[in-house]
Every structure is written in structure tokens, then in C-alpha cells.
Design a protein around this ligand. Structure first.
Ligand code: M6R
Length: 359
């Protein structure tokens, strides 16, 4: 039911704070302890490397999820594209465990990996929005994303649910492994703050719409830049823009700009700089300035303590490790308005299906 919304995508963007709170209710108790089954926690702890395997937006969430596993659970982890992994399996660790992030639970590229690694006897976990899906049923363990039905082809609330759920798993695993960083991490509190921050961002629609009008109205291409987790958000932001507005968009590591891509910058080329990491903020800013010097139309989105006068959007401060949960929201809205203003069917972009059940 769309209610007063013109498109499901906008409704689903708006639902993200509610999804954060739903995940907290589902996975944490009043002390902030994360409740995973003992069997799942033990299986994860018994692994010596986690392999996230996913596609599209879920792959972008996996990149963040793998980073969270390393930081808070001291568990080596990496993310792979399912369509590549299935045919070019890397040399595996001694005790691998596979984590499949998938909104639909029906993605064929992922299923073929699941079938192959199960045949090799490795443990598997599916994290999905559809608990009755094929991938949920066929994996050893399954976790629910609790995002509620996602109708728009462009994934929004499933992405933030995936990042938040992998954070919850990282916390539980880290605590089980007696990692100090996990014990000290008040994740439940931080996710509550993030829900509030997401709310301020969805309430800033008019501001983001103006930014979309100024930078993206007629452009044929666009670039998103960031470093670390901001880079992973840049990848997802670019996918959002291209799939619903048909603008050729690229997300890339800001430091790579000068290694080739800067040649594409012309007068007015949109470059959206994402700045939420104190360690790299100055470098990303310098890269944005280099682009501006070549004529780029630069938009800067920064967290408050890293913000500078003239930035286009300022986001409440938050744990940089969870920044994607907030940073992606204005990027989703930029893509939404770019598509809307071009008169496209935002929910049903050309050539795309909601769930991709062929390889
Ligand atoms: O259902 P899944 O999460 O496995 O789907 C993976 C991709 O097909 C999906 O994320 C796709 O990239 C979305 N259209 C992105 O918005």
C-alpha cells in the first residue's frame, strides 16, 4: 500500500529508521546484548575466514559487513561477487564459512555458489529479507533482515538492514570471541542514534531535491568518491543513480581519481564527495578540490565534525564504522529525484527485475 507516496522507493527510503528499530527489537535485549543462536555463534567462531558472497547492492553491503567483522570480531573476512566466485573460486582458508547477503533470497548467481560450497562441506549462513526463500532454506543458518517487503527494484531499506544486521552479527561474534573492541561497542545505542540521524536525513528531502536539480538534472555522467567505507558507499550510490536515472555513474576510491578517471572531468561534471572518516577526510577533500579545479560540479556531503563552510549537506556525527547507514540516505534521495525529475518510472526501471533468477 503506497498511501500518499508516489513511488515505493520513496516510501522504502522513509522506512529505514523504523527498520533500524525493528532490528534492535529482534536481535537485542534491554542490556544491548545481541541474541544470536548459540549454534550460529559457534559456527561463526569456529571459522578462520568469512566469505561474503552477494550481488549488486547486497555486494556493496557485504563490503561493509566484511570490514565490520574484521574490526569488531577480529575475524578475517572478504566480499565477493557471486557471479565471479562461482567460476573462479579463490584459494580458501582452512576453515571457511560462507555468508550470503541477499534481499530476495532467490538470486541465481548466489545459489550456484551455495550449491558448490555445500558440496565441499563448508558451513553457510544466508541473511535475507525473505525467510521462506530458497537461499534461506538451503543454507545451514538463516537470519531475517526484518526490512519488510521491498517492492521498488532499487534496493534501499534492504541495504541498510544488511549493514545493520552484519554489525549485529559482528558484535555477537566479537563478544563470543572476547574481543575488547566488541565488548566496548554500545551498538544498540548507536543504532538508535542512527535511526534518529536517518530521520533527519529523510526529513531533508527538499534540500536533497535541490542538490539533485543543481547537479544531476541534465548530466549524462556522474562520479561519487570516498575512501574506506565512504568508498563502499560511493559504489552503492552510483549503482542507485544509474539503475533508475540511466545516468552513467561511477563510484571510486577518491585516491584513484588522479590515476586515470580525472581525465573524464569536464565543465559541470558532477562529483559527489562523501566525507565521514576522520582518517581520510582531508585527502578526500583534496581530491574533490582537484576535481573542482578541472571544472567539476562538486557536492560535498560530510559529517558534522568534519564539515567545512560551503559543504552541501551535513550529517550528525556517528561512529565512522556505521557511517554507511546514514551516508547512503541522501545518496538514495539524489538518485530518486534525478529519476523523478526526468519523468521515469522510479520503481520499475527499464531492463531490470526485482529478483534475478537466471545466471
Ligand atoms: O535479492 P538480492 O539482494 O540477492 O539481489 C541482488 C541484486 O540483484 C540487487 O541488489 C540489485 O543490484 C538491486 N536492483 C540494486 O538496487
Amino acid at each position: 500500500d503506497l498511501g500518499t507516496y508516489p513511488f515505493h522507493m520513496l516510501k522504502e527510503i522513509d522506512e529505514q529508521p523504523v527498520v533500524m528499530r525493528r532490528l534492535l527489537a529482534a536481535y537485542t535485549d534491554e542490556n544491548g546484548t545481541v541474541n544470536l543462536s548459540a549454534e550460529l555463534t559457534q559456527a561463526l567462531a569456529a571459522a578462520d575466514r568469512l566469505y561474503f558472497v552477494a550481488a549488486g547492492t547486497s555486494y556493496h553491503a557485504s563490503l561493509v559487513g566484511a570490514a565490520l567483522m574484521e574490526e569488531y570480531a577480529h575475524m578475517p573476512a572478504s566480499a565477493y561477487l557471486a557471479s565471479e566466485f562461482g567460476y573462479h573460486q579463490p584459494l580458501l582458508a582452512g576453515k571457511p564459512m560462507f555468508v550470503f547477503l541477499t534481499q530476495s533470497g532467490e538470486t541465481a548467481d548466489i545459489r550456484q555458489v551455495l550449491v558448490k560450497v555445500k558440496a565441499q562441506g563448508f558451513p553457510t549462513l544466508t541473511i535475507t529479507n525473505v525467510p521462506t526463500s530458497t537461499l534461506a532454506r538451503e543454507a545451514d543458518y538463516a537470519l531475517n533482515l526484518h526490512a519488510g517487503p521491498e517492492i521498488a527494484v532499487a534496493s534501499t531499506k534492504a541495504y541498510t538492514a544488511q549493514v545493520a544486521t552484519t554489525a549485529l552479527v559482528a558484535k555477537a561474534l566479537g563478544v563470543a570471541k572476547h574481543v575488547q573492541a566488541a565488548a566496548d561497542w554500545n551498538l544498540a545505542h548507536e543504532l538508535g542514534l542512527i535511526a534518529a540521524t536517518q530521520q533527519t536525513l529523510v526529513d531533508a528531502k527538499d534540500t536533497v531535491h535541490e542538490l539533485a536539480k543543481s547537479a544531476l538534472a541534465t548530466t549524462r555522467n556522474a562520479f561519487y568518491i570516498g575512501r574506506g567505507l565512504d568508498y563502499y558507499v560511493a559504489l552503492e550510490a552510483a549503482l542507485k543513480l544509474k539503475e533508475i536515472s540511466y545516468v552513467q555513474a561511477e563510484g571510486f576510491a577518491a585516491g584513484e581519481l588522479k590515476h586515470g578517471t580525472i581525465a573524464l572531468i569536464e565543465n559541470g561534471t558532477p562529483v559527489i564527495a562523501l566525507i565521514s572518516d576522520p582518517v581520510t577526510a582531508a585527502h578526500t577533500r583534496a581530491n574533490a578540490t582537484e576535481a573542482a579545479a578541472r571544472g567539476a560540479h562538486v557536492l560535498r556531503i560530510a559529517t558534522r565534525s568534519l564539515a567545512e563552510p560551503g559543504d552541501d549537506l551535513v550529517i550528525d556525527d556517528l561512529n565512522p564504522s556505521l557511517a554507511p547507514l546514514a551516508l547512503i540516505v541522501p545518496c538514495q534521495l539524489l538518485a530518486y529525484y534525478a529519476s523523478l525529475d526526468r519523468g521515469y518510472d522510479v520503481d520499475r526501471p527499464r531492463n531490470l527485475a526485482k529478483s534475478v533468477t537466471v545466471e
